[in-house]
Write a new protein. Structure first.
Length: 110
């Protein structure tokens, strides 16, 4: 999967091992694992079949965004990086056609 980032700072904190460790401390290993899972997945559907990340669409004010679990309440929030968005006939996202994402943030949103 192709990954873009909301900012250069976010990209550095998620792709440079020393920065991952410095930024995420004890959860650095899981953060790196999730990034590797994104990179290894051909599309969002493949990522959605993995049990660890538990990829899911968000609701409410975060509609159109998705998340994967890092640990506890911590999530990597991202959105499809397609224009137009690949949609199913029922209007939902077509996860099999999502091959590019943009990571927006890493937060505890609960």
């Amino acid at each position: 999967m192709d990954i873009k980032f909301k900012s250069n700072k976010l990209e550095r904190s998620l792709t440079i091992p020393k920065e991952i460790s410095k930024t995420y401390g004890t959860t650095a290993k899981l953060v790196n694992q999730r990034i590797q899972e994104f990179l290894a997945s051909q599309n969002l559907f493949v990522l959605g079949t993995l049990p660890g990340p538990r990829c899911h669409e968000l609701k409410g004010s975060r509609k159109g965004e998705l998340a994967v679990i890092i640990s506890g309440n911590w999530r990597i929030i991202f959105e499809p990086n397609h224009d137009p968005l690949p949609l199913k006939t029922d209007g939902g996202l077509d996860w099999q056609k999502i091959t590019s994402i943009k990571i927006l943030e890493v937060i505890d949103y609960h």
